[in-house]
Write a new protein. Sequence first.
Length: 245
Amino acid sequence: MNFYNTTNTENSLVHTLWDLCDADIISIPLAVATRWMNLSLEEIVGLIINADGTWQFDDTNYTDTPRGKGTLVSGQELYTFDAKYLQIEAIDILDLNNYYIRIDPLDHKELGGISPDEFFGLEAGGTPKLGAPTHYDKITDDSFRLYPAPSATYCTLTNGLRVWFKRTAHLFAVTDMDAIPGFVSPYHVLLAYMSAIPYCMKYHKDRVALYEKKVMELKAELINHYAQREKDTVKKITFKQRSFR
């Protein structure tokens, strides 16, 4: 469905919202409808991201792939990334032969009770150890550290960092009349039902329980859809070998 289709209102999420609420552009202005739709869209994308498997979800409205490059700074361990990146999936470092090499995630608790500085070492002056990064440690929701710290002697600094990520939804703007939600079309109407609940809580309380039930049903079906997409993949249970220092 289109976000706001004035020509074909049967194919318009905003008009569906108005129908569910017995409302119009006066009682629910387009700016308010847009805000409610975006809040609902971000919640839906969060559910999908947690449900998808090896076939990763990405909002189809994005024109680029869910990966980004950045320049490394010699001797710098700490890096930040865009807040729209909900989850880091992998990090690659560009080696001196122009190949991106995958590095491993790290949790300091895996280091056997010693600090990263002790495990990876420090330079003679107490600065971070230099080398080709082999591990990254996510510190906060928008930052991570590389160990050892990069150096031009061991890796390429310009565009030397490549991050694979999952990102939040491509949000609607008030002017996005022809925009289409970036997830599977049978469940687009979920946005209208979710957006109708705040209005109905004030003006049509008798409808809230019905709409909440519909939302729960549609969410369950949507999650099941994304959880079952990879039917061509055979699931196998394997045991992971891990070495400790």
